[in-house]
Write a protein of this length. Structure first.
Length: 306
């Protein structure tokens, strides 16, 4: 089978799958992470060899979207290489599909969060294949998102204060505010690198660069800005950075928001990550010439991956 015929066959194979929305059983809806099949395509990687850019062998590339529940976040995974089994309509077992979950780039807003992972395999299906089946389990590392107490800074550039850092707790039922222990010896420096107010037509727009520096283990997710009544203000993220030097970590977030009338102090709350055990996410996708082929779920096992 030549390169052109493989490309044409796989474009047809994956075309109807890419826009699938996904349907879930009642049991699957309760899981903290859900997997949704997106597409399969054929491609090749380019690399420099002897001073020339050369195209590598053809590969099947599968895309799976991982949707995560609110108050959870994807975490770095040091056991990053994982595999799913692949079989074709003849029952032939093909080479396993390799997925790298080492870095999951979290996207989404308004309570929707997800990351996409890509699996690659060098073995291509035969021309008479009617469908492919991708099956197995992905172990997805997650963390709980926890909010700390509110701290108040004088709203001007260069303001800073030392704050106690939260530590992990074995009490999984603890309220978020209980996880921040005031007597914890670990502290961080919360500061404002920039602070600018622009007033136009009676409205004040604030651009503030908020930062945190620590010398102990800590995983910051971001900052919230609150009004005098503890309501979280809507902010636009203008830029972010993070860095590490030895045991020291530093994060900055540039936020823009419309200031409420009573805004004499910059009220900030940290959102941070507490790692939990990896979530086992089942994958079972049967992909035919017109997209994914639905099947009735087995009793008590929820629906197939759509």
């Amino acid at each position: 089978m030549n390169r052109k015929s493989v490309v044409n066959m796989l474009l047809v194979l994956g075309a109807a799958v890419a826009m699938g929305t996904g349907a879930w059983g009642e049991e699957a809806a309760e899981k903290p992470v859900k997997a949704r099949f997106i597409s399969v395509k054929v491609g090749s990687e380019e690399s420099w060899m002897n001073g020339q850019l050369e195209e590598g062998p053809l590969q099947l590339v599968f895309e799976i979207r991982l949707d995560i529940k609110p108050h959870l976040s994807f975490q770095r995974n040091f056991d990053s290489i994982q595999y799913l089994e692949m079989t074709d309509s003849s029952g032939r077992k093909l080479a396993p599909v390799e997925f790298n979950l080492g870095y999951l780039y979290q996207q989404g807003d308004d309570g929707e969060a997800y990351a996409c992972v890509f699996g690659k395999v060098g073995e291509l299906p035969l021309p008479d294949v009617a469908w492919l089946r991708l099956k197995g389990m992905l172990k997805v590392p997650v963390a709980r998102l926890v909010t700390g107490p509110v701290y108040e800074l004088v709203p001007k550039k260069g303001t800073e204060m030392h704050v106690p850092l939260p530590r992990e707790t074995d009490d999984k039922t603890a309220a978020p505010e209980d996880i921040v222990v005031a007597g914890d010896p670990s502290t961080g420096r919360l500061f404002l690198d920039e602070y600018e107010v622009v007033e136009k037509k009676g409205k004040k727009t604030v651009t503030a660069e908020i930062g945190l520096k620590t010398d102990s283990p800590f995983e910051l997710e971001g900052f919230q800005v609150l009004d005098a009544k503890d309501a979280v203000l809507k902010t636009d993220l203008r830029g972010s950075s993070s860095g590490r030097s030895g045991d020291s970590r530093k994060w900055t977030r540039s936020l823009r928001f419309e200031a409420p009338k009573d805004f004499s102090k910059m009220r900030i709350r940290m959102v941070y990550r507490v790692p939990v055990e990896s979530v086992a996410v089942p994958v079972d996708a049967k992909i035919g010439m017109r997209g994914e082929i639905p099947e009735e779920p087995e009793k008590g096992k929820g629906a197939l991956l759509r």
